[in-house]
Design a protein around this ligand. Structure first.
Ligand SMILES: C/C(=C\C(=O)SCCNC(=O)CCNC(=O)[C@H](O)C(C)(C)COP(=O)(O)OP(=O)(O)OC[C@H]1O[C@@H](n2cnc3c(N)ncnc32)[C@H](O)[C@@H]1OP(=O)(O)O)C(=O)O
Length: 306
């Protein structure tokens, strides 16, 4: 199929055709970075805020609380995201997930700074996975202050297609386990600074959705999440898990210069998540475990020289 505009009747367009045709224009915007959102995120992690006022650097990825889309209610699609995408493809019957990302940090952005963000779609790729046809869309954001690049970030969003009405529902994710099971340190084990336990409660998911102004229904609407998207429970935000893993080096005072992560399987509300790190010479391998033996998230952080 030749590259070109998306036809009005795109209901049956295979995801591979979206990969060939979706070429949106880049966008840019500016924002003065306030300290308050960081205070709220620190509270969500039961920490005091590292960003107390102008001049304080934002920890890696805490800029996710800035440059937020603020669409009107009438612009939302059935999943709670922008119906017509704007930047992301308006795939009909889409089931959207956050799949991964990477960031290079030359220097952090700071509270009080006027930051410019230039965004573009860097890659659109169709793949076939165990769960069927997948469309990966990679957004790239370059953050500058006074014309100088501070950070370059890529985010991978994945789309799957909802089964057509009448067809068998797809299994989406590991079934919830009995609530008495808990990943983490065995009783009496000494605390390990490279292990943290996160309990993603409904309140935590709600607060994170609010902080990022993310109306995706899989994070708060149980009937939609289970009946329409086929998950066993509310889904923990990928960005919350990626930020949770970064709490390990942050609390140990490490300065992260590069971070990459992949969301491999979903985590669910009220199921404890174990965040772990294995330090290496210039960085650490990080993993988040929900239910089961396989990691839900794998990541790599590289540190600045001490
Ligand atoms: C915010 C927000 C939404 C969310 O936060 S959603 C919650 C967070 N995200 C998740 O929980 C996603 C968890 N991951 C999955 O469910 C699965 O890994 C996924 C993405 C559905 C893919 O699973 P499959 O089993 O269908 O796929 P395979 O593992 O067999 O892989 C097939 C090929 O795809 C490539 N691939 C897999 N993951 C990624 C990735 N993250 N980035 C790039 N490519 C990926 C994989 O390498 C295979 O490629 P080959 O070339 O080797 O065929 C909001 O909406 O705002």
């Amino acid at each position: 199929m030749a590259s070109g505009p998306i036809p009005a009747d795109s209901e049956d367009l295979p995801l591979s055709a979206w990969a060939q045709r979706w070429r949106p224009a880049g966008t840019s915007r500016e924002e003065t970075i306030a300290a308050d959102p960081s205070t709220a995120l620190a509270g969500l992690f039961d920490q005091s805020s590292p960003v107390r006022g102008d001049g304080d650097p934002l920890p890696p990825l805490w800029h996710w609380l800035h440059f937020l889309d603020r669409p009107a209610e009438s612009e939302l699609g059935p999943d709670g995201h922008l119906r017509d995408g704007g930047f992301l493809p308006p795939v009909p019957r889409r089931h959207r997930m956050f799949a991964g990302g990477r960031i290079d940090i030359d220097a952090p952005i700071r509270a009080g700074e006027r930051v410019r963000r230039e965004s573009r779609v860097a890659k659109v790729e169709a793949k076939t996975g165990r769960s069927g046809e997948l469309l990966f869309v990679t957004e790239e954001h370059v953050f500058t202050v006074d014309g100088r690049t501070r950070m370059t970030e890529q985010q991978d969003i994945v789309y799957r297609r909802a089964p057509l009405p009448g067809s068998a529902p797809r299994a989406a994710g590991t079934p919830a386990r009995d609530g008495t099971e808990e990943p983490g340190a065995a009783a009496g084990e000494a605390p390990d600074p490279w292990r943290l336990r996160l309990l993603p409660t409904p309140a935590m998911l709600f607060r994170f959705s609010a902080l990022t102004f993310n109306a995706h229904r899989i994070h708060y609407d149980h009937p939609y999440t289970t009946r329409v998207e086929g998950f066993p429970g509310l889904v923990v935000h990928g960005p919350l898990l990626a930020l949770g893993l970064l709490e390990l080096p942050r609390r140990l005072g490490r300065t992260v210069r590069h971070y990459s992560f992949r969301l491999r399987r979903p985590c669910f509300v009220d199921r404890p998540v174990l965040l772990t790190g294995t330090p290496a010479a210039e960085g650490a391998d990080l993993s988040a475990f929900g239910a089961g033996e396989e990691p839900a998230v794998t990541a790599r952080a590289e540190f600045a020289a001490p």
